[in-house]
Design a protein around this ligand. Structure first.
Ligand code: AMP
Ligand code: ZN
Length: 467
């Protein structure tokens, strides 16, 4: 039985999808104003692993992760760079994919962008207004009317009064209640804006997720996920918008990862205590970062340090070495009937695969699941030698690689790439760029990044360095 911890009920519950065999997941994605940092990477990695595990269990998963490509930070950064918000979004969505691919994050079924759903957003706001759930102010702002939704606060387990007394909110004379939040913001000078029944403006943050979840997954979804800072107000507000409008439970399960910390403080752009994934990729293969993230349970805070990254690197290398040696033995092994000892060892290996699933069934405990992988490595190291049969070695190897695949990890030692191969690929990339074949050019950059080669486009041409 698969159990997952539901933030809303504050307990582990048996996982039962709405439609048997199918799972619909919405995971809140990045605001694309910069490279994403390794704190942001935590939800992307852990919920990608959740998806992979569900797929391994035979579920057909539809996975939606949005790009927030309009908000104050986007506008500020675009102004600083002297480019449009659209250009900024295009750029960092591309950079997101480069890093996410190298982290082994499977592409989502859909990655919708907020600015490509303005008409749908306006339609939802109109519906909210019609139902008395939102109100337009004279200045063109539109607010959600929290008092009209009796369930407001149910995700974080508080009512409107508790929330009000706990929050630091600017008094806004336009609001009917201090907890009301903007679903549409009137244009300020110099800001990008879209036409709407309330004048030129742009959507508030929360509304995009209600709209895109419904558009791509329907009115009822199985799992809604994100970092724990999203519980309030973001997810609370999404519930208010969606449930009032659709008259249905928005999401069955709410999953939230704990923070990635540095010196026991949340890693965040505003505190300036962050490393981007791109920076880490200059020092480590990003599989090491993924392994590091999964070595803790997603609901436990995780402290980032150079030492812990080093031990993740060593741990992953141990597994990769075991896989390499299994490959070597499998190539050389004899075709013969498995011995009785081998059959016993294989039986143990099968039990470990079951133990791995048990760990993952227990609220996706990747920390325990990784311990099981090490058990399998020990079993392989102590049972495989030059006399082993092919069938035995191959079975152990297949199992090890399959467990890796569920975790999004490729257990193999990366081959060193030679300088001349790098130069050849860089040349090919230059030709591709000249021919405006940017897709190929990006592929080459990603391919090199995966091999630990970082490219830098400078005025004097392309420079590269090894991570
Ligand atoms: P943002 O781009 O700020 O909207 O954040 C994208 C995702 O990263 C959200 O799910 C956040 O909750 C999550 N997040 C941000 N900082 C951290 C952190 N230090 N640790 C874990 N998750 C984080
Ligand atoms: Zn969201």
């Amino acid at each position: 039985m698969m159990q997952i911890y539901n933030t809303q009920t504050r307990r582990k519950e048996e996982f039962k999808p709405i439609e048997p065999g199918k799972v619909r997941i919405y995971c809140c994605g990045p605001t694309v104003y910069n490279y994403f940092h390794i704190g942001n990477a935590r939800p992307f990695i852990v919920f990608d692993t959740l998806r992979r595990y569900l797929e391994h269990k035979g579920y057909k998963v539809k996975y939606v992760q949005n790009f927030t490509d309009i908000d104050d930070k986007m506008i500020r950064r675009a102004n600083e760079e002297g480019i449009t918000v659209k250009e900024l979004g295009d750029r960092f969505i591309k950079e997101y994919y480069t890093d996410a691919d190298a982290l082994g994050i499977e592409r989502a079924t859909v990655n919708p962008r907020a600015t490509e759903h303005i008409a749908d957003i306006i339609a939802l706001i109109e519906k909210l207004i019609d139902k008395g759930l939102a109100y337009a102010c004279d200045n063109g702002d539109v607010y959600y009317n929290t008092q009209a939704f009796p369930g407001y606060g149910k995700l974080c387990g508080q009512n409107l009064e508790d929330l009000e007394s706990g929050a630091r909110i600017d008094v806004d004379p336009n609001k009917r209640h201090p907890m009301d939040f903007a679903v549409w913001k009137a244009q300020k000078p110099g800001e990008p804006a879209w036409e709407s029944p309330w004048g030129m403006g742009r959507p508030g943050w929360h509304i995009e997720c209600s709209v895109m979840a419904k558009k791509y997954l329907g009115e009822e979804i199985d799992i809604h996920a994100g970092g724990e800072d999203l519980v309030f107000p973001h997810h609370e507000n999404e519930i208010a918008q969606s449930e009032c409008c659709n008259g249905k439970i928005f999401s069955r399960y709410w999953l939230h990862n704990a923070f990635l910390n540095i010196d026991n403080r949340k890693m965040s752009k505003s505190l300036g205590n962050f490393f981007t994934v791109r920076e880490i990729s200059e020092k480590y293969d990003l599989q090491v970062l993924r392994f590091f993230m999964l070595s803790a349970h997603y609901r436990s805070p995780l402290n980032f340090s150079a030492d812990l990254m080093e031990s993740a690197k060593t741990g992953l290398a141990r597994i990769c070495n075991a896989a390499d040696s299994l490959k070597h033995y499998a190539g050389a092994a004899k075709e013969a009937e498995m011995t009785a000892e081998e059959m016993t060892a294989l039986e143990e290996a099968k039990n470990l695969a079951k133990k791995f699933d048990d760990a993952m069934d227990d609220d996706f405990n990747t920390a325990d699941a990784i311990s099981v992988v090490f058990e399998l490595v020990r079993l392989a190291n102590s049972n495989v030698n030059e006399n082993s049969t092919k069938a035995f070695v191959q079975s152990l190897l297949d199992e090890l690689l399959e467990l890796g695949d569920i975790l999004g990890l490729v257990f193999e030692t990366k081959e060193e790439i030679l300088d001349e191969e790098i130069e050849k690929l860089i040349e090919e990339r230059q030709v591709a760029r000249k021919e405006r074949n940017f897709q190929r050019a990006d592929e080459i950059r990603a391919e090199l990044l995966e091999k630990g080669i970082v490219l830098e486009d400078t005025r004097e041409g392309v420079k590269w360095k090894r991570a």
